[in-house]
Write a protein of this length. Structure first.
Length: 148
């Protein structure tokens, strides 16, 4: 159901390893922010990824969708997560935190984390997947551990 209200203004859209919310204060701590993932090979599975969005200038309950897509959206989304925030008044700041587990990236390249409200794309954050190149060993250096 589309809304006639304007979408909220996105103050931040961040990717990190983990988001911790203090039970007493409600404050959120973002741990390990990143925009690039190094993988030894592809397809690559990333164990855990969290997405944090801070918004303002919203009205009432706002349904949100976070999608992770490849750079040119040639494949279906890797994952989609839904959530909602409630704005007590337009000056309030509302946060959304979603966590995804076991994401499988099919190839290196650019991916995008998208934040949607209704059918409106509010913001994108770039996420680059890079093949990790092993450097040659130096004389006397121990070999790396075997890959699992």
């Amino acid at each position: 159901m589309a809304s006639d209200l304007p979408p909220p203004d996105v103050l931040a859209l961040l990717i990190c390893d983990q988001i911790i919310t203090d039970r007493i204060t409600g404050k959120q701590s973002l741990i390990g922010m990143f925009s690039k993932i190094h993988a030894p090979g592809f397809p690559a599975t990333h164990p855990q990824l969290s997405v944090f969005a801070a918004m303002t200038d919203g009205r009432g309950k706002t349904d949100l969708l976070i999608r992770i897509v490849d750079g040119d959206e040639s494949r279906p989304p890797l994952v989609e997560g839904r959530g909602s925030v409630h704005f007590k008044d337009p000056r309030a700041i509302a946060n959304l935190a979603l966590q995804f587990h076991g994401l499988r990236f099919p190839a290196p390249g650019e991916y995008r984390v998208q934040l949607w409200s209704n059918a409106t794309l509010l913001r994108e954050a770039r996420l680059e997947l890079v093949k990790l190149e092993r450097r040659p060993r130096r004389p006397g250096e121990m070999p790396p551990p075997p890959e699992a």
